[in-house]
Design a protein around this ligand. Structure first.
Ligand code: PA5
Length: 443
């Protein structure tokens, strides 16, 4: 098993009886999910995806990734939200936060914000480099990514001419309709599919995540194999199902007034996985005025900034600690004959042992401070374990959302800001809202 729920540090906060008491609800949610009879059941494509994925497309993804690696210095990945976070999270977790400094092919993510400085800096990084583009958008009309694609389409066509540019632009979008699909067919871009029944935040194991991850040089066969292991392991309905234990624990803690889940990891390469987790759970559960607020920290870094609050601030949170059992590369700490800093007691061992002790000490201190800790143990830092972990969190999110009584697969709340932004920017059809908003702004 490569991903494990460890409930040891819930002792004194959640009893076995409480797990037993919510288990019938877990059973019900499992049955609804697998019978595809619950809310949002049109968006359950991710559930069997590790086995049912399109094998022909998978082979094309690997081929396109090879081509990108052979003819490009830079891959620009254009997308936002579910069309962005999973790919970046996987690349930076597997390849490190310094991935672009250490790798041959650089992967730059654009279209995930509207900052002109960010865009200008990426454009500078592209000067004199051989480029490929993967534009990812289910709808094709998302403002951030569509704006960025305008810029890079023009750049590619100016640099390579229309014909060669078309060979270097890959579009991941709806299989049959939408602005981006139509444009891709017209221009002759190779296209990959965002399946109809997989929502953005559940899409990392589709072409949305797989093409950038494969292009970055990671083994997507192993990633899918890990997800397959998880899919088989967690379809077993049992109180020992680790994925369901995690979902149940979150739910129990929420009902005890712990309104914030703080995901904590002692490896900075997990930083973007934290962001992916926040979208997955935040967008799935935060609705109908309900849900845990997903937050995150990287320790020990954030112990020096957020540690005080976690230890001693308002008692509104629990922590979910990601315990990565082995780093990719350890570092042996040598003795310093001068020992001016008095740190020789840490010498003659691997740094991972110091990190593990920082983790254990912090968990116990936070427990003493009244913070329940869930620990999710990951065997290693590799594609197989990551694929397993991705599926673990996706399924836990679905069960957890059903236990909360929401539709975990829609996102009605994300439209409101868009409506206001379009109105303020003068989009045709939004004239009345614009007047109203300008009055509110006093302009
Ligand atoms: O999860 C979601 O649905 C969102 O985060 C979308 O993925 C995001 O808004 C991008 O949408 P699109 O792929 O249509 O450009």
């Amino acid at each position: 098993m490569s991903v494990k729920f460890n409930g040891k540090y819930l002792k004194g906060f959640v009893s076995q009886a409480e797990f037993d008491n919510v288990y019938p609800q877990v059973e019900l949610c499992h049955n609804i999910l697998h019978a595809k009879s619950g809310a949002g059941n049109d968006f359950l494509g991710w559930l069997d995806l590790p086995f049912s994925y399109d094998k022909e497309e998978f082979a094309r993804i690997k081929k396109a990734a090879e081509k990108i690696r052979s003819d490009s210095d830079v891959l620009l990945v254009i997308g936002i939200g579910g069309s962005y976070l999973g790919a970046r999270a996987a690349i930076e977790y597997l390849g490190s936060m310094q991935y672009n400094d250490l790798s041959g092919l650089k992967v730059y993510f654009v279209g995930n914000n509207i900052s002109p400085d960010y865009l200008n800096n990426i454009l500078k990084l592209c000067e004199g480099k051989r480029l490929s583009v993967n534009v990812i958008s289910k709808s094709g009309t998302t403002t951030e990514s569509a704006l960025a694609f305008r810029v890079f389409k023009k750049l590619m066509e100016e640099r390579y001419g229309k014909k060669e540019a078309a060979k270097r632009i890959y579009a991941t979008t709806d299989k049959a309709r939408g602005t981006l699909k139509n444009l891709s067919d017209r221009e002759g871009y190779e296209t990959f599919v965002v399946p109809d029944d997989v929502g953005g935040r559940f899409s990392v194991l589709t072409a949305v995540g797989l093409l950038p991850i494969a292009a970055a040089g990671f083994d997507i066969d192993k990633l899918m194999a890990g997800a397959q292991n998880a899919c088989k392991e967690y379809e077993v309905l049992s109180p020992d199902n680790d994925c369901y234990k995690y979902a149940a624990a979150r739910n129990i803690l929420l009902r005890k007034g712990k309104a914030i889940e703080l995901m904590a990891c002692y490896d900075a390469d997990w930083t973007l996985m934290n962001e992916w987790y926040k979208q997955l759970f935040g967008e799935s559960e935060g609705k109908d005025q309900k849900g845990l607020f997903p937050a995150s920290v990287i320790y020990s870094t954030d112990l020096h900034s957020m540690g005080q609050f976690v230890q001693d601030g308002s008692r509104t949170m629990f922590e979910t600690v990601i315990d990565i059992k082995a780093p990719k590369q350890d570092f042996f700490l040598e003795e310093d004959p001068e020992n001016a800093d008095g740190l020789n007691f840490l010498a003659n061992q691997n740094m991972s042992i110091v990190n593990a002790n920082a983790m254990k000490g912090t968990i116990l201190a936070h427990n003493d401070g009244g913070v329940p800790n869930i620990v999710i143990e990951l065997d290693g830092k590799d594609e197989t374990t990551l694929g397993h972990a991705i599926y673990f969190f996706e399924k836990a999110c679905a069960i957890s959302g059903y236990m909360l009584g929401v539709n975990p697969f829609n996102q009605p709340g994300v439209e409101d800001y868009k409506r206001n932004m379009f109105a303020l920017m003068g989009k045709p059809g939004y004239e009345a809202q614009r007047e109203e908003l300008l009055k509110k702004l006093g302009e």
